[in-house]
Design a protein around this ligand. Structure first.
Ligand SMILES: Cc1ncc(COP(=O)(O)O)c(C=O)c1O
Length: 394
């Protein structure tokens, strides 16, 4: 306290309230502070030289973000994590940071739309070439990795919206042998899946299962320490960091991550089985169904089968849209992994810029509907689906 300071000065230098070291809050506070200060320039320089712990500026590090980084790194079975403001920011930042002009990337038709945009449009502008295959084309993957020096392969499993399963061991073994990095968007499968595979970088949209309540956006890049250190350097200069308040909400969401995910998976399997037996449904896509072409691969690779159920409805786009509009418990919107159930009708899934061959590989048909199953009672969801299916065909 500076003697004689005016109230105007005082409110800009408020009193410090220190919590004793043996008197801990059970929930860590939100460090909603951009700056952290040491007592003198010498200590500040010693921090910059890496000789002492601490924080300085929240674009590069912040205690609330650090708690979440440590939580997510352990959950995914890797050494370190870097947080950014959204799921797509993980994709843009990772690919920009790991690639240079003249590199070649292997990506897939079934990848999330913005991932394909980053590879096909954005990185192409910077002289990064790519090959786009189907995730099911194992021979093609082998041939590209053997014949074309490839910086990285970026993939997902299960894929969106038709839940194809990538053969992860096949991909990673060929990539490792040819010196190619593997980047896996693991958003749909979650942090508790795939950590045992030889994947170099895991990406997650924290907007989905991590936060879980549809009220905050974020993204996590998870890898070994050396890769994260190198990427952190680039990202501090690019500036896509997560806000501490968002990190706090995501950390809170993680407390119920397993409860929510388990319930959503159990509900999804019930919904998939119900749809599979319905006369108006041509085909159901859910890796937990024995009829899914990659059910056994999914069973080997995953602890559960996720909360996404897609299906091809008789009657194409019009019936699909009528069905989605007749639902009461499922909102028509994007995103997945919320506590409430969501639906994407064919009209919203159909806007992808595919060649006819790519469209065929995508398995997205005129009547494809995607459901993201929430934590509600399964029998209420099935009753709602039943009435909406009836309404779609009156
Ligand atoms: C597989 C996958 N990756 C990344 C994202 C992007 O996440 P965000 O919306 O947090 O940018 C999404 C969003 O739907 C997604 O489905």
């Amino acid at each position: 306290m500076v003697p004689g300071m005016t109230d105007n000065t005082f409110v800009n230098h408020p009193p410090e309230v220190l919590v004793p070291a043996d008197n801990r809050p059970l929930v860590a506070p939100i460090y909603q502070s951009v700056k952290f200060s040491f007592d003198d320039a010498g200590e500040t320089m010693s921090f910059f030289r890496g000789e002492r712990p601490g924080f300085y500026y929240s674009r590069s590090s912040n205690p609330t973000l650090r708690q979440l980084e440590l939580t997510l790194a352990r959950m995914q079975g890797r050494e370190d994590c870097l947080l950014v403001g959204s799921g797509v920011a993980t994709l843009a930042a990772t690919l920009l940071s790991l690639c240079r002009q003249g590199d070649h990337i292997l990506a897939f038709v079934e990848s999330y739309g913005p991932t394909r945009y980053i590879v096909q449009q954005l990185l192409a502008r910077y002289g990064v070439a790519h090959t786009l295959l189907s995730i099911e084309d194992l021979a093609g993957i082998e041939s590209v990795l053997e014949r074309t020096p490839t910086r990285l392969v970026v993939f997902e499993s299960p894929t969106n919206p038709v839940t194809k399963i990538a053969d992860i061991a096949h991909l990673t073994s060929h990539a490792r042998r040819t010196g190619c990095l593997t980047v896996m968007d693991n958003t749909f499968a979650g942090f508790h899946n795939h950590g045992g595979f030889d994947v170099d970088v895991f990406l997650h949209s924290l907007t989905k299962y991590a936060s879980g309540h549809g009220d905050v956006m974020g993204g996590a890049i998870i890898a070994d320490r050396s890769l994260i250190e190198a990427m952190r350097k680039d990202l501090v200069a690019m500036g896509p960091t997560l806000d501490p308040h968002a990190a706090f909400l995501i950390q809170r969401g993680m407390r119920t991550y397993f409860l929510r995910y388990e319930r959503e998976c159990a509900n999804a399997l019930e919904v998939a089985r119900f749809l599979h037996g319905h006369a108006r449904v041509r085909r159901v896509f859910h890796p937990g169904l024995e009829t899914h072409p990659q059910h056994l691969l999914a069973k080997r690779q995953m602890k559960d089968f996720g909360s996404i159920v897609s299906f091809e409805l008789d009657g194409g786009i019009d019936a699909g849209n009528r069905f989605a509009e007749a639902l009461n418990l499922f909102s028509i919107t994007s995103s997945v992994g919320s506590t409430e159930s969501l639906v994407m009708p064919p009209q919203l899934l159909g806007g992808q810029a595919f060649t006819p061959a790519q469209r065929a590989a995508s398995l997205i048909g005129p009547g494809t509907v995607r459901l993201s199953i929430g934590i509600e009672e399964a029998r209420d969801l099935i009753a709602d689906l039943t009435q909406a299916l009836e309404a779609a065909f009156v």
